[in-house]
Ligand binder design. Sequence first.
Ligand code: ZN
Length: 561
Amino acid sequence: MVAATVGRFGVLAAAVLAAAVPASAAPGDVAAPPAAVEQSAHANITRAALEAPIRFLSSDLLEGRGPGTRADQLTRLYLQTRLEGMGYSPAFADGAWQQPFDIVGLRGQFPKTWSFQGRNGRIDLTWRDDYIAASGLQSESVSVDDAELVFVGFGVQAPEFRWDDFKGVDLTGKILVMMNHNPEAFAGKRRLYYGRWMYKYESAARQHAAGAIIIHTTASAGYPWQVVQSSWGGEQFELPAGNETRLRIKAWATEDAMRRIMQSGGFDLDKLRAAAAARAFRPVPLGIRTSLAFTNTLSHVQTANVGGVLPGSDAQLAAQLVVLSAHHDHFGIGEPDASGDRIYHGAKDNASGCAQVLAIAQALAALPERPRRSVLALFVAAEERGLLGSMYYAEHPSVPAGRIAADINIDGGNIFGRTRDATLVSMGKSSLDDIALSVSRWQGRVVEPDQFPDRGYYYRSDQLSFARVGVPALFFDDGMDYIGRPPEWGRQQREQWELTKYHQPGDRLDGTWNFDGMIEDAQRDLLAAWLIAQADAMPTWKPGDEFEAARKRALAALGGN
Ligand SMILES: [Zn+2]
């Protein structure tokens, strides 16, 4: 078994550094980097290099790094000055290390009852129990007056899969009722971006609809109704509105509530859903009408992304970037836990990601020869508010998106020890798979695909913002098979952590942390970054991938450059 093998780039592998073991030749194999790269990995990606930034960023004095706070400013100054000390250059225009942007907070006051009138009578939905909604407009008062409901199946337009739920029907001013997830007909059980709520509301807005209601089921969402209540029931955060078309209402309803609404119009929810599984499905006007008026309390805070560049050594390729990203924000100070702690330290989420990017940045800067492409170490803000910092960067990139070779995003670190495996959440999407598989093999590790393909983890952290503008993204998650532990141990640790620490004050650095796995993961990500930076060509999406069209647009936008 691999258990006894010490990977070439493993933490205990220093002794075998001199005797570089060539990776076994396999299709899609990538040539191994020179010894200097692995030496730098071992010299710079160490427990101390990772633990020190985590200790600082997750300390009580940093108050949970909530966006717009003084602690947020201190966090950014720390990251910026660390990059400066390593010899990086400011990433943004006019020599700026930071890219500021505003966050709009929206706290909606929705009515206790939302009524729907069908030909068989009136149905009243109760706030929280039956429906949850958020404002689509950044306005103090919003209303929809006597709009008609239209069932649009999954609400998906996917030309690469020859799928269009709208079939050219005019949906202006309608309330679109949509199923969650994406059609099995083209995606199987795997959740693509088409299966995320973010896509659903964007898709409805493109149809100039007045609003959209997503039908919640635990199976199709991947989480129970309580999660909808807690994540949508409070303040919502967005980037300031531009001139894009926007919905007025973004709503969720329980399956039971939607069943009653459908009955009020003489429709059977199950029959509608069955029809929507087919490519030939067309929107179904329901003859059910509704009005809704609500008010919002608006707030504005400013935060910023932080970025530094290590300029590339190749005259041509230096104009292109390899991005290493990690979000620097967390939830700040909030509700206390059982011990009375009110600081959401965010040590694993994501002080540990920032520490890994810092260590990788240091290892790259220490190389005798700089990589051919430029490398951007990017610490994005407001991920926990809905990927806002990375979205802002993707919309206002420091170089055009068509010149960003790839993003390697790190959200969280392994705190439980070394693993025989690694989970590649982005598996199957781009040519980055070859690099990911090769570097993992050199470490003596196997690569597993996303263990929860129905949950759509690829779409839940900052790599999504890059993918949406066409940049291929590499996203690993922790392995599950811990060396020296029984088979189920990893899963148990993970579940226990999610239950007791995830997004809670208890996400602290403490004596239980084992850094060996995190060190190995960061060394792997350094090798991947180096390989991407050296390759003659930029990575590409697999043909037919959902983000391939965005890449083509980004490359076309470069013109002759
Ligand atoms: Zn988080």
